[in-house]
Design a protein around this ligand. Structure first.
Ligand code: GAR
Length: 206
């Protein structure tokens, strides 16, 4: 069976990338394979994870590409050259433009560390999301995987999982629990679902 070619975009530690790599190895992602990792930061530990797993990686920074437009052009070239079917944003801390997202309709997915539509949109990323949840006093938070369109965190929801907030939680403790109980399970599951759909659709076109 032909597998969907996946590119994973990262900016930091890459624990979600690791969850994807592990899931592929364990046969939990059967319909896709990670072909490329792109980081917008040269110091991202995610690059080490890609290297250890023997996956091709690239670093593209906005600065080296002369701004957002240049960055997206280089990114698109890299993705199209490798005939990437699915782009996974796994802790990618940069907002992609409308012209970029429109080029890959229902072919970009993102993991967000809250239950969208809570604590999402511009300015809500990483630890800030968990700080906001604790400040608000909600008792339940979680993670969401969704398609990416021109609205930050506004695309169709694919999967969600709730996580309880405990008394005495700090943003760091909460981040870890949301990752362990939700993100690392949800993202590989969503990747498999979307790869399966993409391959089904590709089969019909051939
Ligand atoms: C994850 O918690 C991910 O959900 C979040 O950043 C972290 C990246 O960790 N993403 C966002 O906030 C996007 N808006 P990782 O690099 O270890 O996967």
């Amino acid at each position: 069976m032909t597998k969907a070619k996946i590119a994973v975009l990262v900016s930091g530690g890459g624990t979600n990338l690791q969850a994807l790599i592990d899931a592929e190895r364990a046969g939990k992602i059967k319909s896709g394979e990670i072909k490329l990792v792109v980081s917008n930061s040269a110091s991202a530990y995610a690059l080490e994870r890609a290297k250890k797993a023997g996956i091709e990686s690239l670093t593209l920074t906005r600065r080296d590409c002369g701004g957002q437009e240049g960055f997206e052009k280089r990114l698109m070239d890299a993705l199209d050259e490798r005939e990437i079917d699915l782009i996974i944003l796994a802790g990618f801390m940069s907002i992609l433009s409308e012209s970029f997202t429109a080029h890959y309709p229902k072919r970009i997915i993102n993991i967000h560390p809250a239950l969208i539509p809570a604590f999402c949109g511009k300015g809500y990323y990483g630890l800030k999301v968990h700080e906001a949840a604790l400040r608000c006093g909600v008792k339940v938070t979680g993670a969401t995987v969704h398609y990416v369109n021109e609205i930050p965190d506004g695309g169709e929801i694919i999967l969600q999982k709730a996580v309880n907030i405990r008394p005495g939680d700090t943003p760091e403790l909460l981040r870890r629990r949301v990752m362990e109980q939700a993100e690392w399970k949800l993202l590989p599951r969503a990747a498999e679902l979307v790869c399966r759909r993409l391959m089904r659709e590709k089969g019909k076109r051939i």
